[in-house]
Design a protein around this ligand. Structure first.
Ligand code: SER
Length: 311
């Protein structure tokens, strides 16, 4: 029987993934955990610090967990403010998951990677699947190490671990926290509330992005793929759309004509400049039939519609 544990379940992706997994497997088969407590959920919840291996093991045993979606992590901007904490949570948290997954013979693990794995020495347009990984942030360092560790655990222990290099994820349910791509969510709240937004990236900073529905589809599709079809494991490039703050603002103006954007780049500009503008996801398309459905126009209309009543 499938019994799922989600770590970091109260974050931006975790909340959407919980809903999707509830629909697929039933709420009684999806256990959620997070270090945060402030939430309302129908799922069984454990307060969990991912560094507490004893508590993690207790949950795995008591709940007879077979699959883990390991989302607990610090993102790029927060990680640059506290690199050692970022290393600790992202690496030691991951090691706890991997070690206990082998020990308790778990069926499958999902562990996201990120566009932050890239840095120096890449083609920024259409960055290839198997390109050089020289990140410039601690978050990126932990994501590269996580990918390498995942492959090691697959080869050495046959642990079926899978992951996607998520681009910036845009959603209306839960706010992202501590990322460099967060502007692309904040901008919608500010456009609806105040009709203006000061962007912390410059107008022509192009980054890969994706609407949450595509992100969840990618995650579930990869987890359902037959293992024999996979050449890659925890490091799939997955692309949907790429845009700049300026093009996003122009699209928002089609719905809110008074909207004004200004630019005041901060320390996050350097992080964004080290990442790809667009990525080549042909391996994901070939190995597990990935394709996206949200373009910029559809994403913008959906975000504004979803947030209209909320803000
Ligand atoms: N959205 C993430 C960040 O900006 C990238 O994985 O840190």
């Amino acid at each position: 029987m499938t019994k799922i544990l989600i770590t970091g379940a109260l974050g931006q992706i975790g909340t959407a993934l919980t809903t999707a997994l509830n629909n697929k497997y039933g709420v009684q088969n999806v256990i959620i955990s997070d270090i945060k407590e402030d939430f309302k959920s129908d799922n069984k919840y454990y307060k969990l610090n991912i560094l507490d291996k004893t508590e993690l093991e207790r949950i795995i045993i008591e709940e007879k967990i077979t699959i883990i979606y390991h989302l607990a992590a610090l993102l790029s901007a927060t990680g640059e403010k506290n690199p050692i904490l970022c290393w600790d949570i992202n690496m030691n948290g991951t090691l706890n998951i991997l070690d206990l997954s082998v020990k308790h013979k778990l069926f499958r693990i999902f562990m996201p990677s990120s566009i932050a794995v890239w840095g120096q020495g890449i083609n920024r347009d259409n960055t290839e699947q198997d390109s050089v990984l020289k990140p410039t942030t601690m978050y990126g360092v932990t994501k590269v190490a996580g990918e390498v560790l995942a492959n090691y655990y697959f080869d050495k222990y046959q642990l079926d671990i899978r992951g996607i290099r998520y681009p910036g994820i845009i959603s209306s349910e839960t706010l992202p926290g501590g990322g460099t791509t967060d502007y692309a969510v904040e901008i919608f709240y500010e456009a609806l509330k105040h009709k203006k937004y000061e962007c912390f990236l410059s107008e022509d900073t192009m980054l890969p992005m994706m609407y949450m529905e595509d992100c969840i589809k990618a995650t579930l599709d990869l987890m359902d793929a037959p293992v024999e079809n996979l050449v890659h494991h925890a490091d799939f490039n997955v692309a949907a759309i790429s845009f700049t703050p300026k093009t996003l603002a122009e699209e928002i103006k089609k719905h809110i004509p008074e909207f004004e954007i200004t630019y005041n780049p901060d320390y996050r500009q350097k992080i964004a400049d080290s990442w790809p503008k667009s990525i080549d996801d042909s391996s994901a398309r070939k190995e597990w039939n990935w394709n996206h459905s949200y373009d910029l126009a559809k994403l913008t209309a959906t975000m504004i519609n979803n947030l209209k009543n909320k803000v």
